[in-house]
Design a protein around this ligand. Structure first.
Ligand code: SF4
Ligand code: SF4
Ligand code: SF4
Length: 348
């Protein structure tokens, strides 16, 4: 264990703990843009700088490990001025039309500009913005809102392992692009949306996010119903309807989702959705109650078993059900009906 002092508070941290993690332990908030928990530290945005006693320059908190006896200051005039300048530099190469931006209300750049009293930048804009790419079914990309934090690139490469995104060019001409400058729809992108979920600005936004602001939605933590992995997610609900999904940091998914979990939620409010069981009466599928439907199935199973034996019946379970539900279903087939004809769809 190392002894450190942060803003006058003594603390103990394990070897390898970063200054950012040590501050988190004490409940001290440090602004971050490029940092993300499950990615290797990037240290490129520099907004998390802090002062370390004895060090000539300010140090980045996200990538600097604590050493024994370290004395850290997380806010003073020098740090404030440095962070202020970082935000100004970002805004110099940024099309800040917040009124038209889908990220309005959840944008970290906007939040920090407010926190550090940055109303305008004193630096000249030099970037020629690349055109928008709205070709994806599910999300839009606007390079004029990108702050080059590389969260999307690292998420696509390190976590999703898809290698669709990379930084192109150098200096002020740098931008996040796709192989051979393709559009998203023509690339190897699998539309998982994980790059969109981590973007701190309005550069990558879901198409649906124009329809709601962050303060209008409630978040409900749940488990994705699509397969047996058990990814955790937050449903964003506005006026009683699900308008979006954000990944949560569950043990099985660590803040990632696939295209189904992230984007395939519109069936819930779709008018074609079946909401009751259907039983065929006189050749016509008719809406009925669960009690009537279950009686109908139970009578059918009993009749077939009596006429032809239990092996005339087979049961097919679902990857959408939980392990426990599938176990109980298997038990019912073997113990109650008396057949080993039970199987399971491996994937939907
Ligand atoms: S990305 Fe943020 S700062 Fe930029 S226009 Fe959108 S809301 Fe405004
Ligand atoms: S949607 Fe997924 S695969 Fe496509 S670029 Fe983003 S992270 Fe990569
Ligand atoms: S698109 Fe978003 S996540 Fe990717 S580098 Fe730009 S600001 Fe960062």
């Amino acid at each position: 264990m190392y002894k450190v002092v942060i803003d006058g508070q003594p603390s103990e941290v394990t070897n390898g703990t970063t200054i950012l993690a040590a501050c988190e332990q004490l409940g001290i908030e440090i602004p971050t843009l490029c940092y993300l928990k499950h990615l290797t530290p990037e240290g490129s945005c520099r907004i998390c700088v802090v002062e370390v006693k004895g060090a000539r320059h300010l140090q980045i908190a996200c990538a600097t490990p604590c050493t024994d006896g370290m004395e850290i200051t997380t806010m003073n005039e020098r740090i404030y001025a440095f962070r202020h300048m970082i935000i100004e530099l970002l805004l110099a190469n940024h099309h800040a039309d917040c009124f038209n931006c889908s990220a309005n209300g959840s944008c970290k750049l906007y939040q920090y500009a407010m926190d550090y009293d940055v109303e305008q930048t004193r630096f000249e804009e030099v970037t020629k913005f690349r055109p928008k790419d709205e070709s994806s079914e599910f999300f839009n990309y606007d390079p004029s809102k990108c702050i080059l934090c590389r969260r999307c690139v690292r998420t696509c490469n390190q976590l999703q392992s898809n290698h669709t995104l990379s930084l192109k060019n150098r200096g002020v001409a740098t931008w996040v692009g796709l192989p051979f400058d393709k559009l998203f729809k023509d690339s190897n992108c699998v539309s998982c949306g994980n790059c969109v979920s981590v973007c701190p600005t309005g550069a990558l936004t879901t198409k649906a996010s124009k329809k709601y602001r962050s303060w209008e939605v409630t978040k409900t933590r749940t488990t994705c119903p699509y397969c047996g992995v058990g990814c955790q997610m937050d449903l964003l609900v506005k006026n009683g309807k699900i308008v979006g999904v954000e990944p949560a940091d569950g043990p099985a998914n660590s803040n990632l989702l696939c295209v189904k979990g992230k984007f395939a939620y519109r069936f819930i409010n779709h008018p074609d959705r079946l909401k009751t069981p259907l039983v065929r009466k006189n050749g016509v599928l008719t809406s009925t109650s669960w009690d009537e439907a279950l009686d109908y199935v139970a009578e059918g199973i009993k009749r077939i078993k009596a006429e032809s034996g239990p092996d005339a019946i087979a049961g097919f379970a679902s990857a959408r059900a939980t392990n426990e539900d599938n176990y109980v279903f298997m038990k019912m087939m073997r113990a109650a009906i008396g057949t080993n004809n039970v199987d399971h769809c491996a994937r939907l």
